[in-house]
Design a protein around this ligand. Structure first.
Ligand code: ZN
Length: 177
């Protein structure tokens, strides 16, 4: 979910092209949420604006890890955990079985998701997999990812970027002496 929100809502570059701030913030925020929950309802304009702010905070965590500054990443996550008052609570609603929530009661939707995303990132950073948060290393791309590969060697946000880099390397070899 954190990856979806960052990649849909924070400007920068994507797959070799500029990625400007989304013109339709509501659609972008909804798209980000649906990367985690395909059936998520469409958000309101006010919620989308709040999600955009959350996404900037989440991106900073990925950026810090990519810059090998895990200390900074941990401090940023701690700030988010405190601000969102994230804590585990078992809940049962809408006919679902008991499941864990990580947000305080009565928050906003974006605040609740910020708490959940901060908790998720905290679990990654507090484990041996703390370097599994990444920013795409392809040229002109800064979309983020979580590396869940077995050996932890992922470097790109998507196969499109991976292929772009492979093709460029192949062409560079072709032009060699
Ligand atoms: Zn990429």
């Amino acid at each position: 979910m954190a990856v979806g929100l960052v990649n849909e809502l924070t400007p920068g570059e994507r797959r070799g092209r500029p990625f400007p701030p989304p013109r339709d913030l509501t659609a972008a925020a909804t798209e980000g949420l649906r990367t985690g929950y395909p059936g998520h309802r469409e958000v309101t304009a006010a919620e989308a604006a709040e999600f955009a702010e959350v996404a900037v905070r989440l991106r900073a965590v990925f950026d810090a890890v990519a810059a090998e500054d895990v200390d900074a990443a941990a401090l940023k996550v701690n700030d988010l955990l405190v601000e969102t008052r994230a804590r585990p609570l078992l809940q049962r609603h809408d006919g679902e079985p008991w499941h864990l929530h990580f947000h305080g009661p009565g928050g906003t939707m974006a605040g609740d998701w910020a708490a959940s995303c901060a908790t998720g990132l905290a679990i990654v950073l507090g484990s041996e997999f703390h370097d599994r948060l990444g920013v795409c290393t392809a040229p002109q791309c800064d979309r983020v990812y979580v590396d869940v590969s077995r050996n932890g060697t992922r470097r790109f946000c998507c196969t499109a970027c991976q292929n772009r880099v492979k093709t460029a390397a192949f062409r560079a070899r072709g032009k060699g002496p």
